[in-house]
Structures are given as C-alpha cells and as structure tokens.
Design a protein around this ligand. Structure first.
Ligand code: BV8
Length: 233
C-alpha cells in the first residue's frame, strides 16, 4: 500500500479536537449549542448578520491560542516524504494543517482567517474581527464583509481540483469526519470508483463506515502518526 502513487486525504473536525477545537456533532459540539440554520446558512446571516459575524469572530480569535497536534504534523510529514501525487482536502476552517506545514491543501469549506466581500467578491486573508462596519480593502464598500466559509446551500471551493484528484487516487484516507455533510461524504465513493483503497480513521463507527476497505479506530493523535509510519514503511 505504501507504493500508492496518488494519495487523497479528507479531514474533518475530529483531527482538531485534541488541539482544543470542538467538533460539530458530538454531544457538546458546536451545533449542539448553535442551531446551524441560524449560524451556517446565508439565510441565518441575512436575518442576524451581527450575531453570525460574532459567532465566527469568537472561533477566529480562538485560533490564536491553539496549536497543531501530532496528527496534523504526521500529515505534513507524509506530504513531504511521499514521492507521488498528494492532496489534503479539509472540511475544517481552522489553520492547523498549514501551521503544521501542509502545503498541498484545499479548504473546501473555506477558512476562518479569510474574509469575503459580498459587493466585489474579494477573498482576502483576515485575522481580525469582521463587523457590520468592516470595510473591504479592495472595493472600499462598508458592511459587505462576511466570513469566507462555505455555508449550507453554498458550493464548496475547488471541487474540480478535488474530483480530479479523486479520479486518480490509489489511496483515500478519511480522518475525523462523521460523513454527515455532502458532497464531502461522497468522496469515498468517488475514490472507490477510481479503484482506490479506502481507509477511515475515526474515534468510532461513522455513517458511511461500510464504504471503507479498512477502518482504524482511535484518537487521531495516535492513529494518524501510526498510519503515516506504516505508509512510509
Ligand atoms: C452543497 C463551514 C450544493 C463553516 C459547514 C446531498 C448532496 C449534496 C448536498 C446535500 C445533500 N444532502 C444535503 C445536502 C446539503 C448539505 C448537507 O450535506 N447537509 C447535511 C446536513 C445533510 N450540504 C451543503 O449544503 C454543502 N453545499 O451541497 O452545495 C450546491 C450545488 C450547486 C450550487 C450551490 C450549492 C455545503 C456544506 C458545507 C457546510 N459548512 N461548515 C463552519 O465551519 O462553520 S458544515 C460543518 O460540517 C463543517 O464544515 C464540518 O467540517 C463539516 C463536517 O463535519 P465534520 O468535520 O465531519 O465534524 P463532525 O462534528 O460532524 O464529526 C466529527 C467526527 O470526528 C466524528 O465522527 C467523531 O467521531 C470524530 N472524532 C472526535 N474526536 C476525534 C475524532 N476522530 C479522531 N480522533 C478524535 N480525537
């Protein structure tokens, strides 16, 4: 298996738990405290922009006090040592993969550290709070900035790049994702169609566990470094 020429990896909130960032659907997860319809949809934003902006401001501020964990570092090590093609697709909007050194990385659901202008479409790095009075650095419009994250009903980013990589994948690994959100939850099927071997790393059984050739149960900080050691032989 370590001879797999092309590897695609999908990560979800579970890989960041041990860095101190909550998941979405666990008992005390983000959606247990905030209704996703109010906080992660364009309609929710239109209804209460200030409330949604503050929800993301709090999560963006929290990034300043968390660090990547051994799972993030192991994936950066795999990317650096792997001779063939490699793509890391994350559903996470935190910056822990890039902080660990990952470069061949796609944030399909956007990033907390980026702002999007509804007036001109500008997407730009943004580490401060976004408020209803924030001004776009490109077009100068005030009050049109929103978090550059993909909400429900919005098209995820770089889907062509992702499907092209899945079409060539010989190994697909899903780490710390409940397999609940589409289209990410369908990537394993795409990879299988390309003949890839599929492995799922999670704390427990997920919704689409049956779609995987192999399932490794445990905490990401233990299972991911061990799998990377195995892949690098
Ligand atoms: C779209 C971003 C179409 C902002 C989020 C069928 C086909 C296509 C679409 C749909 C469909 N059915 C329904 C839809 C619509 C919808 C959807 O999937 N709904 C679900 C609820 C059924 N999908 C969409 O709307 C998507 N867009 O389809 O567009 C389109 C077509 C044309 C034109 C326009 C549009 C957009 C979805 C993106 C939504 N954005 N958030 C933010 O972060 O606030 S959702 C949110 O869920 C995050 O992005 C998150 O990453 C994502 C997935 O969650 P997970 O990462 O898996 O986290 P979760 O808490 O669920 O699970 C954590 C896992 O970790 C658990 O399994 C746990 O066991 C494990 N774990 C815990 N601790 C550890 C661990 N594992 C290892 N170690 C540990 N220590």
């Amino acid at each position: 298996m370590h001879t797999a020429r092309s590897i695609v990896i999908l990560t979800g909130a579970g890989i960041s738990v041990e860095s101190g960032i909550s998941t979405f659907r666990d008992r005390n997860g983000i959606w247990a405290k905030h209704d996703w319809r109010d906080y992660a949809t364009p309609e929710g934003y239109e209804r209460h922009p200030a409330r949604v902006l503050e929800f993301y401001n709090q999560r963006r501020r929290a990034l300043k006090s968390v660090q990547p964990n051994q799972a993030h570092h192991a994936l950066a090590r795999l990317e650096g040592a792997h001779k063939g093609e490699f793509l890391l697709v994350t559903q996470n909007v935190d910056d822990l993969h890039e902080s660990a050194g990952s470069r061949k990385l796609v944030h399909m659901h956007g990033e907390l550290n980026s702002a999007l202008c509804r007036a001109c479409g500008m997407r730009a790095p943004w580490r401060d709070d976004i408020t209803v009075n924030s001004q776009c650095k490109s077009c100068g419009a005030t009050g049109f900035l929103r978090p550059d994250v993909v909400w429900f009903g919005e098209m995820p980013y770089q889907m062509e790049t992702i499907y092209r990589a899945l079409g060539k994948a010989e190994l697909f690994i899903a780490i710390g994702t409940s397999g609940h959100v589409y289209p990410a939850a369908q990537f394993v099927e795409e990879a299988r169609l390309s003949g890839a071997r599929t492995i799922e790393l999670n704390l427990d059984e997920t919704e689409n566990a049956d779609a995987f050739d192999e399932r490794i149960t445990g905490r990401a900080t233990e299972t991911v470094p061990a799998l990377v050691d195995r892949l690098l032989g």
